[in-house]
Design a protein around this ligand. Structure first.
Ligand code: GDP
Length: 262
């Protein structure tokens, strides 16, 4: 099982370390109609390579910006989600973890996802199209304390169905409140993602509510808990919607996977 999980990270969660500069350059040039052969001829001297590299860096910076973020649809089940085959990145966590705030922060749009202050929480699978290129998917919060058993079952079926069946789903971002000790409900969800071979990353939220030292300490404590069952840590991001912390890192991570998928 552990081996499978490791394999799942290596294959579908390729992080920063796995993506070398040569790969970035060749993907970029292939996208612009160059084969590796012509690329080699065109950049046959050091100056050419440096020029190409600096142009590439400026392009990547452009790619990472969110130019357009629009609500697409709300679906009650996977089969009713968009059919255009774009990569999807889902965000999930317990209610009140700061998911709506994080989505709004990432997309630079204060109203895109509903926040707790707005009555009527999202109980559907919400798709937002980003730069006409990929979908940000807002899944309902779990740990539905005030809901009936039947309602909880229905929501679980919807979330599980989407996560397990959605072929376009590239990565699940699991949100965890940085202030709290590891909660059983989150650990169970992580376990389920692992056993289901679903690639995921952990996003710690509300980092501005703690000192930098305490943030580090809590991340280390979380890693220690996970290391009891995980051979390798999932990618982790420390964020604050208030301070816009972690935005570049998450968008960078998504963009690198998107480039890789092309
Ligand atoms: P959701 O239920 O997971 O969508 O959570 P919300 O985004 O609605 O946030 C729940 C509460 O936490 C709200 O009062 C937010 O203002 C607050 N909150 C969310 N993110 C942050 C953050 O990064 N820093 C601080 N200080 N508060 C936050």
């Amino acid at each position: 099982m552990l081996r499978e999980r490791k394999h799942c990270f290596e294959n579908r969660c390729k992080g920063k370390d796995n993506f070398d500069n040569y790969q970035i350059i060749s993907i970029f040039f292939r996208n612009f109609g160059f084969t590796e052969g012509t690329f080699a001829r065109k950049c046959s001297n050091l100056f050419g390579i440096l020029l190409a590299y600096s142009y590439l860096c400026s392009k990547i910076k452009e790619f990472m910006e969110i130019k357009k973020a629009e609500f697409t649809l709300s679906a009650p089940r996977e089969s009713m989600c968009p059919k255009d085959n774009k990569p999807e990145y889902a965000f999930i966590g317990r209610s009140n973890v700061g998911k709506s705030s994080l989505i709004n922060m990432l997309t630079n749009n204060k109203k895109l996802a509903k926040t707790s202050a707005t009555p009527g929480k999202t109980l559907l699978i919400n798709h937002f199209i980003i730069n006409n290129e990929w979908y940000l998917v807002d899944l309902p919060g779990y740990g539905f304390a005030k809901r009936s058993k039947k309602e909880v079952q229905k929501l679980e079926q919807m979330i599980n169905g989407y996560i397990l069946q959605r072929e376009q789903l590239v990565n699940v971002f699991l949100l965890i409140d940085i202030r709290l000790e590891a909660q059983k409900i989150d650990l169970d969800f992580i376990e389920w993602l692992g056993t289901s071979s679903v690639p995921f990353a952990i996003v710690f939220t509300k980092a501005d509510k703690l000192s930098a030292a305490k943030v580090l300490q809590n991340v280390e404590a979380y890693k220690k808990v996970l290391s009891a069952t995980w051979e390798e840590m999932p990618p982790m991001f420390v964020t604050s919607a208030e301070k816009k912390q972690g935005r570049d890192e998450i968008l960078d991570y998504i963009e690198k996977i998107n480039l890789e998928l092309k």
